[in-house]
Design a protein. Structure first.
Length: 410
């Protein structure tokens, strides 16, 4: 009997990994003449890969204390649907991707059901909420991490953890040329392109994009008219629905009308061809670091969320590139420091060729090397992160169901 695998991801980056994982699982199963059944929570990419979706990830992608409270009835309703689906169609193994507030509760449910749990992409317990390590110790069978320092953190606390590498580190650089991309979006490739990445969630966009647009206006207005060659790229996350995309366009009409702006679908191409980027803290900062062009990290949450976070977060940096490098590689403009004037100050420092720009590019290359390293045993060297997650998932399936082991298929 083919394995039934529950896979759940709750936001854009995790949903991307979920789609890749389903494809990897299908490949590995096909190599033994089998197929698999996949169900759970995800977005359109996971559905296209073969997920039977119970809950849409875009309906659960809420962050911040006050934001979660406001949407709590809907979140609870969707969570109940996931639990009911898991009980009705008991999976052989569950893979939970990031999104800890929901996934720790699901892990507890699967533990009660006797279903092994793979947690892929660690929640940032090393930064805050360290008490949650007890949940990992009790309910998670394997913790698969994508940042090198996380493996030791978990192993020191008795968790079966493995650094599998970062999936984004395995992606080739965009192949589309600057000229082709410029033609596609209607921008002159000879101009100076600046990418603005406000985040993947509607709330992030509402909080971050207006200040980014104000910075764009400031940069343009303080530049001599004959030298105003700036063009601005704003990638849209694939998890945004039609109404949410319309809201972004409406915001641009109100706050960015008159600026040379293009909304684009390919964030990696935008980061690759931009001279510099302004990026909201999150997975996009890892993409930016791997691509290697200079960028500035920004972020803002509600005052209540920030006040609480300041009391409990215990890391010296916010940007993942800085945490991996263990020093300030990219500028961080967080909360009150996130102003148009501060953004422009950093942009003007990093746009021209010179020591500041070259130093950042060098440090970003070093961060990329660390993300591509593999600390696992020699037997797993050269295996991509997603393929390794698929291997471990199927190993747990075989361990839980030895009579259905893949090498006995057929």
């Amino acid at each position: 009997m083919p394995p039934t695998i529950f896979i759940s991801a709750g936001e854009a980056s995790g949903e991307h990994y979920g789609a890749l994982l389903i494809e990897a699982l299908k490949r590995q199963l096909a190599s033994t003449g089998q197929a698999g059944n996949f169900f759970g929570m995800g977005g359109e990419r996971m559905v296209s890969a073969g997920l039977k979706r119970v809950v849409r990830s875009e309906d659960m992608a809420v962050m911040g204390i006050t934001e979660v409270i406001r949407h709590l009835p809907r979140i609870y309703r969707e969570f109940r649907k996931l639990k009911q689906a898991a009980r009705s169609n008991r999976p052989d193994v569950a893979v939970l991707i990031d999104f800890p507030d929901i996934h720790f509760k699901l892990a507890e449910e699967f533990h009660r059901m006797g279903v092994p749990v793979v947690f892929f992409v660690s929640p940032q317990l090393w930064a805050w909420k360290k008490h949650r390590i007890k949940l990992v110790q009790k309910y998670v069978t394997r913790m698969l991490v994508i940042f090198p320092f996380e493996e030791a953190f978990y192993r020191e606390r008795g968790v079966a953890a493995e650094f599998v590498g970062h999936p984004l580190a395995e992606l080739p650089l965009p192949v589309i040329s600057r000229e082709e991309f410029g033609k596609e979006i209607g921008f002159d490739p000879a101009k100076t392109w600046i990418a603005l990445l406000p985040g993947s969630r509607p709330k992030e966009i509402r909080d971050n994009l207006p200040e980014m647009l104000e910075a764009a206006w400031t940069l343009v207005e303080r530049t001599a008219p004959d030298k105003r060659d700036y063009r601005f790229l704003i990638p849209l996350a694939p998890t945004l629905n039609g109404l949410q995309r319309a809201a972004v366009r409406e915001l641009l009409e109100r706050r960015g009308f008159g600026l040379p702006i293009r909304l684009v679908e390919d964030a990696r191409a935008a980061l690759f061809h931009a001279r510099l980027s302004v990026v909201a803290s999150g997975t996009a900062t890892v993409e930016a670091a791997l691509i290697g062009n200079p960028f500035v990290v920004v972020y803002r949450v509600s005052p209540i969320t920030y006040a609480i976070a300041k009391r409990v977060v215990s890391v010296p940096h916010v940007a993942m590139a800085n945490l991996i490098a263990d020093k300030r590689v990219v500028p961080e403009l967080i909360q009150d420091d996130f102003t148009a004037a501060n953004i422009v100050q950093q942009i003007e420092r990093l746009l021209p060729d010179g020591p500041a720009r070259e130093s950042m590019k060098k440090e970003l290359r070093r961060v990329g090397v660390l993300l591509r390293s593999r600390q696992a045993g020699a037997a797993h060297q050269g295996i991509g992160a997603i393929e390794r997650v698929a291997e471990i998932t199927l190993d747990l399936f075989q361990s839980a169901s030895p009579d259905l082991a893949l090498n006995e298929a057929g």
